[in-house]
Design a protein around this ligand. Structure first.
Ligand SMILES: [Zn+2]
Length: 305
C-alpha cells in the first residue's frame, strides 16, 4: 500500500486489571486516536451474530463496524483472518512470528498484510490515524512489530499497575464470580506470579525496542498527570494537553464503538479513578508479605516500594 498515508497501531500490553481499558478509552478521546478494543477477537467472536458493540447495537449492524468489515473484505478474506487468529494466537506460535519475513516464516507475510488491512480499514472508517489495540498478547504484539512498514507504524505501550492493587482487584473479581463466596486457595500466590510473568514477558519481548516501546505506571496518571501524558505525547508525537486537562478536571470519557474486550466497554463511560490504594487496608498483611516475597523484586524494578 505505497500511496496510503501511514497509520499507527498503538498496541497496549498489561497484566489484567491494570487499567489499560480506562487509559485506552481516555486516549481514544483525542481527535487522532481511535480505541478499537481487543482486535484479536476479530473476526471471531466479534463479527459473529449476538455480539453487542459498546454503542448498544449488534456488532453486525453497528454503523461503524459494518463498513469496516465491508472495507476489509474489498481486499482481504475474513475466513483467512479467522485462520490466522487460530495459527498465531498463543505463545506456541511466537517462534514463527519471530522469523517474521524470512523465507522460513511461510505464511507470515500474508498474515502481516491482513493485519495491516484490518488496521487501515479501521483508520479509514474512523478518520483517525492512530488505532489502539488492547489485545495484550505478546505474540500479537511481536507480529505487529514484524509487520511494521513505512505505511504501518507500530508502538507498544506497556501499562503497569501496582501488583498489590492487581492482586486485590483480581481476588475481588473472583469472589464475585465464585458463587460460594470466598477466595480460592493460593489466589494471592497465583495472581502475584501471573503479574510477574506478564510484565516481565512484555519487558523481554518489547523493552529493547526503545523507539517503539514505552512503559507507564497507572498510578502516575493521578500522581503526576502532566508528566505521564507528556511522555505518551512525545512517544506518539501528538499533543495530549486537551486530554490531560479533561482527566485533571475529573471528566467522564464515553466508550464509543468497542466490540471486544473488557466488560468496562459496556459501561457507557469511564473515569480515571483517583489513586487506588485500597490494597493497603483490604489486602491482608499475610498476602502483602507473600506478594513481597514472590514479586517484590519485580515491583522494585518498576519503581514500586
Ligand atoms: Zn458500534
Amino acid at each position: 500500500m505505497p500511496d496510503s498515508p501511514p497509520v499507527t497501531i498503538l498496541y497496549v500490553v498489561s497484566s489484567p486489571h491494570s487499567g489499560s481499558t480506562v487509559l485506552s478509552t481516555i486516549l481514544g478521546s483525542h481527535p487522532d486516536i481511535f480505541f478499537a478494543g481487543e482486535l484479536y477477537e476479530i473476526p471471531e467472536p466479534a463479527w459473529i451474530p449476538g455480539v453487542t458493540c459498546s454503542c448498544g447495537k449488534p456488532a453486525a449492524t453497528c454503523d461503524f463496524w459494518r463498513p469496516v468489515r465491508k472495507r476489509f473484505e474489498r481486499t482481504a478474506d475474513v475466513e483467512a483472518l479467522h485462520r490466522d487468529e487460530g495459527n498465531y494466537r498463543n505463545w506456541k506460535s511466537l517462534p514463527r512470528v519471530l522469523l517474521g519475513r524470512t523465507p522460513a516464516a511461510a505464511d507470515f507475510p500474508q498474515y502481516a498484510a491482513r493485519l495491516e488491512t484490518l488496521v487501515r480499514s479501521i483508520a479509514t472508517e474512523s478518520g483517525k490515524r492512530i488505532i489502539v489495540d488492547t489485545s495484550k498478547g505478546g505474540t500479537r504484539g511481536r507480529a505487529y512489530l514484524e509487520a511494521a512498514s513505512p505505511s504501518l507504524q507500530v508502538k507498544v505501550l506497556h501499562v503497569v499497575r501496582d501488583g498489590r492493587g492487581v492482586v486485590l482487584s483480581r481476588r475481588n473479581r473472583e469472589a464475585r464470580v465464585v458463587e460460594t463466596g470466598g477466595y480460592k486457595p493460593h489466589a494471592t500466590l497465583r495472581y502475584s506470579l501471573l503479574w510477574v510473568g506478564a510484565n516481565l514477558s512484555y519487558v523481554l519481548l518489547f523493552g529493547l525496542r526503545r523507539d517503539r516501546y514505552l512503559r507507564v505506571r497507572l498510578e502516575d496518571f493521578t500522581r503526576d498527570p502532566d508528566r505521564a501524558f507528556d511522555r505518551i505525547a512525545r512517544f506518539l508525537s501528538i499533543d495530549l494537553s486537551g486530554v490531560r486537562d479533561q482527566v485533571k478536571a475529573g471528566a467522564a470519557f464515553p466508550v464509543g464503538h468497542v466490540i471486544a474486550g473488557n466488560r468496562l466497554r459496556l459501561s457507557g463511560a469511564v473515569r480515571m479513578r483517583p489513586e487506588a490504594s485500597e490494597w493497603t487496608t483490604q489486602l491482608p498483611r499475610a498476602d502483602q508479605r507473600l506478594f513481597a516475597i514472590v514479586a517484590g523484586w519485580t515491583a522494585r524494578l518498576f519503581g514500586y516500594s
